[in-house]
Design a protein around this ligand. Sequence first.
Ligand SMILES: OC[C@@H]1[C@@H](O)[C@H](O)[C@@H](O)c2nc(CNc3ccccc3)cn21
Length: 447
Amino acid sequence: MSTDHAFPPGFLWGAATSAYQIEGDPLADGAGPSIWHRFSHTPGRVAGNATGDLACDHYHRAQEDVALMANLGLNAYRFSIAWGRVLPDGRGRVNQRGLDFYQRLVDRLLEQDIQPMITLYHWDLPTALHDRGGWLNPESPAWFADYAQVLFRALDDRVAAWVTINEPWVAAVLGHLEGVHAPGHADAFEAARVTHHLLLAHAEACAVYRAIGAHQIGIALNLEPQYPASDSAADRAAADRRDAFINRWLLDPLFFGRYPEAMPAIFGPAWPDFPSADLERIRRPADFIGVNYYSRGWVQADPSAWPLGATRIQRTDAPSTAMGWEVYPNGLTETLLRLKTQYGNPPAYITENGAAFEDPAPVEDRVEDAHRVAYLRDHITAAGAALQEGVNLRGYFLWSLLDNFEWAEGYTKRFGLYRVDPEEQRRIPKASADFYRKVIASNGVGM
Ligand SMILES: OC[C@@H]1[C@@H](O)[C@H](O)[C@@H](O)c2nc(CNc3ccccc3)cn21
């Protein structure tokens, strides 16, 4: 069978980044601090006590980075807006200099025929709102809708697609249950309410957009297919629980207006009785689903592992990335096919896909990242296979354009097509950049 999966004309080939991970200078021009600024400046929270103060200095190098995107041949670029740059207090007063940065960025992208896809929230809540309860506050969906409206009015004439929230699951579970992401809470009673308010925030922003917007709006979910480590009934049940916990917890309310039945059993008393009217609002039809795919879960039953009684185990007989995530391209095809067979085949974008590897040192200003080239080739081929099965896939956004601030891992994990070291700020091309340029030029993976 040919592996040359031709993609349809108009398919979007993009790259993805987020504000806190690449911009640097988070308090410039009157910006207000975010929970990631506070978290990364708290000793011991991030590897090497790294912060986003430098990152890729994109706030001052945006023109250079847009030239890189044009040189790759991207026809789309997914980036996020730092809420605190636009609304330093999270609400009310607009910081025009912060908004102007994004106006200029959008205009530069359009000059290069690169379509902007803007993520409104990629985890960097203003501390001013966190100090009022943050996503635990029932007012938080309204705060988000007001912020979204400011951006819709300022930019919707030039922006093809909006993503409301990036990975509500990660924001809630890593930030409020496991405590390894900002704001660093480890409270069983927070994650379910934070997730619910993030979904309501998505719904309220969609409602505002329906009234004033003219393009597309969606949400980006981290979707990870779960497989039992053995065919034992215990492992199969554990994989089902982890599938509900990671995938269906978000998919089912967004598409069916209900949470999976497993959730109250998983969380017990920490699972509130959510009003059905809320679920009806959450079920508002967004225009597309964003799929952030990296790997699959290989799941073993483990009664000691609260709250699931299941753990994701590292396979020793399969290749994995520097994050310890198994390289499993078929999981991308299976995840996309699931959206077709179980969730009504909605318009979908792969809003993130990529890998961190221990890249070799640059030689003559180039990095030979053969592992990443292989990962990308296999996953783009897997996306093409899903298209051939009738999945309503509209685009692919590679994570990431640049090596950047990888959250709690700091700068120790590199996902970029270009190598960046914060202390010197050069953009050193990798072999994967050349590979991706060829994929875009031929609209698919050849041979
Ligand atoms: O880790 C790579 C990227 C990260 O840099 C992005 O900001 C974020 O959107 C992102 N999401 C995933 C997949 N989900 C995930 C699961 C567990 C921990 C962290 C992220 C990977 N990534």
